[in-house]
Design a protein around this ligand. Structure first.
Ligand code: GEM
Ligand code: ZN
Length: 380
């Protein structure tokens, strides 16, 4: 048997895999690494070199069954790309222990990932786009544990009386669809249509395109560099352990909040949906009304949003106040939503080639801006 020339590499931005045994191209055994200082794992991203074009290759993520959301592998197909630009799905199966997928490659190398990655390099490009082409300003820059910038951008002049709409993304670093969503917002800000102009007359957009740069760079699923789940620190964030949230909370106190959207991805549910703060002790009828209005409007705009599937609703007074949506909803008594996009696909409008993708995340963001343009007169 010829010596396998298979080389597996994950030593790059958001890379995550370890090699168990790559000696046989038809039984390439890999394992996902846990987040640093945490037990969480599910995100993977690696490059394969040395494949024989036209020959079958088989990959197995041998520890998938122990991952954070191990029920989510059923119905999931791995994302792949020959050029890091065009991503497609590779039919995958979960046998209760491992996630398995086969490929007969058309090129000698390929990248695989849990979802279409959003790189740190593209993040820098996106910030430049926002500042140089979309008319946003840099209000402040926070710092992650490892010292990476966390820009807070504002589109709008901050004039008295304008509504303050906040959108933050990727508290959970493996949920790369979140920054694709932010790219959709910033892209539409450059298209400057009349509907958007109407929104921007009445509201300023406060945007944090990436909340957890260390986690993403490290190939984490869920936590920052110290193993903290940022979406569990909104009552007790500290500069030492969760400076990312500490920074954003301080900026919210400085500028105020009239609407809040926390953008995430969900491993298991093959739909786009929102969760809200109905379990808050101070939950108001107005918040309830605004949540229903948002969901009705957005589901009327696109098949890529629905209200039938989602997380179980929290019972009154039993919300976990450490979550951003609940904490901000309680503090500012505003419409506060967690928006979830699928790692799999939207089963109401499936695309077998791509599954859910960066492009669909971007389009959803543009539809959310339309919804906000319609709702801005009633946010308060
Ligand atoms: C979720 S938000 C969980 C919201 N749950 C309910 N029932 N409202 C999290 O942080 O666990 C967001 C995510 O991880 O994508
Ligand atoms: Zn999340």
């Amino acid at each position: 048997m010829t010596q396998s020339l298979i080389a597996i590499n994950a030593d790059f931005d958001s890379g995550n895999i370890s090699v168990v045994d790559a000696s046989d191209p038809q039984h390439i055994k890999l394992a996902i690494r846990p987040d640093t200082n945490s037990q969480h794992f599910q995100w993977f991203h690696f490059k394969v070199d040395g494949m024989q074009v036209g020959q079958p290759h088989s990959f197995s993520l041998t520890n998938a069954g122990q991952s954070s959301y191990n029920r989510a592998w059923t119905g999931y197909n791995a994302a792949a790309s020959y050029d890091q630009k065009t991503w497609f799905r590779v039919p995958s199966t979960f046998d209760g222990k491992a996630l398995n997928f086969d490929l007969t490659p058309t090129e000698p190398h390929i990248w695989f990932a849990y979802f279409e990655p959003y790189s740190r390099e593209r993040h820098q490009w996106l910030i430049d786009q926002a500042l140089n082409n979309a008319g946003a300003v840099l209000l402040a820059t926070g710092k992650s544990i490892e010292g990476r910038d966390i820009p807070l951008l504002r589109k709008g002049d901050g004039a008295e009386g304008k509504r303050k709409i906040w959108v933050i993304a990727q508290q959970h670093p493996g949920e790369h669809m979140a920054e694709w969503f932010m790219e959709g917002i910033i892209e539409r800000l450059q298209q400057n249509d009349t509907e958007l102009a109407g929104l921007l007359e009445k509201a300023d957009l406060y945007l944090v395109p990436h909340m957890n740069p260390d986690g993403s760079f490290r190939g984490h699923l869920r936590t920052n560099a110290l193993g903290k789940d940022l979406n569990r620190t909104w009552q007790d964030a500290t500069p030492e352990l969760s400076p990312e949230v500490f920074f954003v909370k301080a900026q919210m106190e400085k500028y105020g909040v009239d609407m809040f959207l926390d953008v995430h991805g969900d491993e298991e549910i093959p739909y786009v949906f929102t969760a809200a703060c109905e379990g808050n002790p101070g939950y108001t009828d107005k918040q309830k009304e605004l949540e229903a209005d948002f969901r009705t409007r957005l589901s009327g705009l696109t098949k890529d949003f629905q209200t039938r599937y989602g997380y179980p609703r929290s019972t009154p007074g039993n919300a976990n106040m450490n979550l951003a949506c609940n904490s901000v909803g309680e503090r500012y008594k505003c419409l506060a939503l967690t928006l979830e996009m699928p790692f799999k696909d939207n089963d109401d409008a499936p695309n077998p080639l791509t599954g859910w993708s960066g492009e669909r995340s971007k389009q959803l963001a543009k539809d959310v801006l339309t919804t906000l343009a319609q709702m801005v007169p009633v946010l308060r």
